[in-house]
Design a protein around this ligand. Structure first.
Ligand code: ATP
Length: 362
């Protein structure tokens, strides 16, 4: 039997002022039990607002929100946050500084008057075990590292076994090493707890690596909500393609043999051409990792510079027109700036979009 979704949003909209543009615009989605969803998008696209609507800190202008089969908001009706059985984890951890770890975690449990002292102790211990902080229950928040503090915040949110946990950029205050480790741990912890989560991030790598599905937002709307693989491999729009893949876009026009660009003509099959491409021109997306380089003195394409990424380099290339291309590739030995190169392109990975709609990055 198919389980009911743990969270259902039906055409949710929110405006902060009567005349203003909507911060969230007719958003609908459905989240299965135990599922990890990332809301991904540039600054100001409405991610935090959507999370706050689910939590109950904001009231929708229109639409309906259902959590675990209970309607928590619709026109003229609204259940406050404490009645929604939802856990929250914030970017700045928001721990109580005067309470030790054990008491921070017990805080939410104590709101539930039916729990005995022994039961609370047991659940605090279970939450400590879950996040790997066993033995630290008497420490105060200022005696913990950022990563440990965030794990306490997660344990506090999970301890009451809520229907759903909402996480607002929980890793962005941590330095890169801790962030990378904790993002895998976070997924493992949520999966072990079997609790569904909505995770806000503006970091596409983070969203792709930890989620079961990714909802890419732009200007208050969801542009695409699919698995990380689908969003990455078949972006629904030029906006999603640019935000998620950070690929290259080259002007292309149709000729007798295919789509002509500055670096060659490519015969694309129908699945590689977005529905939005109407006429004979568009923009060809080439992902950074779908190209490799070979030194070739006769080529007019030149390496401008390179960045070391560990296993591979990111090369910035100059095309004859003055446009630049970014290429992520593992070349041995690495190529040096000013080398003229020929490109080898994985043609099956190319995608054509209609022109325009560039991102406004901050
Ligand atoms: P960021 O990644 O920068 O946190 P976001 O995607 O979470 O951005 P929101 O914070 O949800 O975006 O903001 C969506 C829109 O709503 C923005 O245009 C923002 O300026 C506006 N907004 C957010 N909070 C308020 C508020 N309290 N009053 C008025 N406008 C607001």
């Amino acid at each position: 039997m198919k389980q009911d979704p743990i969270l259902k949003l039906q055409k949710i909209s929110k405006k902060y002022s009567r005349q203003g543009i909507p911060a969230v615009k007719e958003v609908s989605l459905s989240l299965p039990q135990g599922h990890l969803l990332s809301l991904l998008g540039p600054s100001g696209c409405g991610k935090t607002t959507l999370l706050r609507l689910i939590a109950g800190f904001e009231q929708p202008l229109q639409g309906e929100i259902t959590i675990a089969g209970t309607v928590v908001a619709n026109t003229g009706f609204y259940l406050p946050p404490e009645k929604r059985d939802v856990g929250m984890v914030f970017q700045d951890y928001a721990l109580f500084p005067h309470l030790n770890v054990g008491k921070n975690i017990a805080f939410g449990l104590k709101q539930n008057r039916s729990l005995s002292g022994t039961e609370i102790k047991k659940q605090v211990q279970a939450a400590l075990d879950l996040v790997g902080l066993d033995g630290l229950e008497n420490r105060y928040p200022h005696e913990l590292s950022g990563g440990q503090q965030q794990r306490v915040a997660l344990a506090r949110a999970l301890a009451p076994r809520p229907n759903l946990v909402l996480l607002d950029e929980p890793l962005s205050n941590l330095d890169v090493q801790v962030r990378l480790r904790l993002r895998t741990e976070l997924r493992d912890i949520l999966k072990a707890a079997g609790i569904a989560a909505v995770f806000v991030t503006h970091d596409q790598e983070e969203a792709l690596s930890i989620s079961d599905s990714v909802a890419v937002m732009q200007q208050g709307s969801i542009e695409q909500h699919e698995t990380p693989e689908q969003v990455y491999l078949s972006p629904a729009s030029r906006f999603v393609a640019e935000f998620v893949t950070q690929g290259n876009f080259l002007p292309a026009s149709r000729n007798g043999k295919g789509w002509e660009t500055e670096i060659g003509t490519f015969a694309l099959d129908a699945s590689q051409v977005s529905d939005a491409v109407g006429g004979d021109s568009g923009e060809l997306m080439i992902r950074q990792e779908d190209m490799s380089l070979t030194p070739d003195e006769s080529s007019e394409i030149v390496i401008l510079d390179r960045e070391f990424l560990g296993r591979e380099h990111r090369y910035r290339l100059q095309l004859p027109s003055g446009m630049q291309l970014k290429v992520r590739t593992h070349q041995t030995p690495p190529l040096v700036p000013k080398t003229a190169v020929k490109l080898t392109i994985e043609e099956g990975m190319l995608q054509l979009f209609s022109s325009g709609s560039t991102l406004n990055r901050e």
